[in-house]
Design a binder for this molecule. Structure first.
Ligand SMILES: C[S@@+](CC[C@H](N)C(=O)[O-])C[C@H]1O[C@@H](n2cnc3c(N)ncnc32)[C@H](O)[C@@H]1O
Length: 399
């Protein structure tokens, strides 16, 4: 579809970028930097306006977006039948042909309806029936790899039908092959790094690196590599109006801004096997020139530079007894005090009991979700002198 078309300018339209809880602010600032207009924050989403080229760019470049949705119809809905009829009124031939395949996702926040799957089904029925009525033939369903992914959002009695321009969720970057236990979602990892305020000229350390997600996301940020660089495909590439020439221009422009910045990123893990897999992922992501991976227990690790940011995603204790997990968190606190003066240390965990054993007071607490687990992302500022001296130096540098 769309092959050989000339690049055209298109009008601005409204879009919604979906994200994870707690990353709305970061996503809004990413959008602002990228050139989005009329940005508005919502719960787990940010809406904005831009043209078709901007939609391509948002998919390629946003680190904290899960999907970019393009709304095509908003209406009030009373019941399932009403939904069916209103979806059938949309001119689907503008967006797909009878030979295409479709999938419908539904997010439901309404007392009028109970089952999101039933609403997806009704929506799909309305679309295929429209084609059957007109052509005697219907498009088929492909839940895995459809030519058109449709998103339905029902809030109270309002229904928004959107086209999902991303296809597969954008957290599926395409660089990771080997996963160890409990890898972080890539969007969450990127969001955590951005929330930490890490500046790429300073050192970045993940001392419990697992599959290496934080290391790779940090390397991508440092070199300005678009997170979508490794993806084989985005949903919009299969759309009827896909503009290959425009897409190529966008990709060339973004790849042209990749820099060979000399970042210092260190990842370690206590397990040799895990560290080896993390290195393989770093290699697959082609960032081995900026990332070093070693085998080491956190207590034995020394800071590689005087200043920097350290992010820890330790075990939360689901597979450990409470004595062991508390002891692990105590050793984290002791090691931070001893070896990491001058660093901003951030820890994400769902285990608020174990956190008490760190023995340090966090200066910031941010609520995030790691999958279904409600977590806190905690900042511990490891001052190099006493807090008082640090404050004085801060003031001096402002004068
Ligand atoms: C929850 S996983 C980290 C997942 C990682 N962020 C990712 O995206 O794949 C925790 C990791 O900490 C490592 N670990 C546990 N105790 C450690 C210690 N004392 N020192 C270093 N690594 C440790 C484990 O081997 C495991 O790989």
């Amino acid at each position: 579809m769309g092959e050989g078309k000339k690049a055209t300018f298109s009008a601005d339209y409204r879009m919604t970028a979906k994200t994870l809880f707690g990353l709305e602010e970061v996503l809004a600032s990413e959008l602002l930097k990228l050139g989005a207009k009329n940005i508005e924050k919502h719960n787990r989403a940010v809406s904005f306006t831009g043209d078709k080229g901007f939609m391509y760019k948002a998919n390629l470049c946003l680190r904290t977006a899960l999907r970019i949705l393009v709304p095509i119809s908003t209406f009030k809905v009373k019941n399932e039948e009403d939904l069916y009829n209103k979806v059938k009124e949309i001119d689907w031939e503008k967006h797909m042909s009878v030979h295409d395949t479709l999938a419908v996702d539904c997010a439901l926040n309404s007392e009028l309806f109970k089952h999101s799957q039933f609403l997806s089904q009704k929506t799909k029925d309305a679309i295929v029936d429209q084609f059957r009525d007109k052509h005697g033939k219907r498009p088929s369903v492909d839940l895995e790899h459809p030519s058109l992914r449709i998103s339905l959002f029902v809030y109270k009695d309002t229904c928004i039908v959107s086209l999902d321009s991303s296809g597969e969720s954008l957290h599926k970057r395409g660089y990771r092959d080997k996963t160890n236990l409990a890898p972080l979602n890539e969007v969450l990892a990127a969001g955590m790094i951005m929330l930490s305020g890490w500046e790429p000229h300073l050192s970045f350390v993940d001392p419990m690196c697992g599959s290496g997600t934080l290391l790779i996301e940090a390397a991508l940020i440092a070199a300005n590599i678009p997170p979508g660089y490794y993806r084989e495909e985005f949903g919009f590439e299969r759309w009827k109006d896909f503009d290959k020439e425009l897409w190529d221009t966008i990709v060339d422009g973004c790849l042209g801004r990749i820099s060979s910045r000399d970042a210092r990123i260190l990842g370690t893990d206590i397990s040799r096997n895990v560290a080896r897999k993390a290195y393989e992922n770093v290699h697959l992501a082609k960032v081995e020139d900026t990332v070093v991976v070693k085998t080491s227990g956190f207590t034995d690790l020394e800071a590689p530079a005087e200043k920097g940011t350290l992010i820890l995603n330790p075990p939360y204790g689901e597979r450990m007894d409470s004595e062991d997990i508390n002891a692990l968190y105590k050793s984290i606190g002791d090691t931070l005090k001893k070896n990491w003066k001058g660093y901003d240390a951030w820890i994400i965990t769902s285990n608020m009991e174990a956190v008490k054993h760190i023995g340090l007071r966090p200066s910031r607490k941010i609520m995030l979700y790691n999958g279904p687990l409600e977590c806190r992302f905690l900042k511990f500022s490891m001052y190099s002198g006493t807090k008082k001296i640090h404050k004085l130096t801060d003031q001096k540098s402002k004068i």
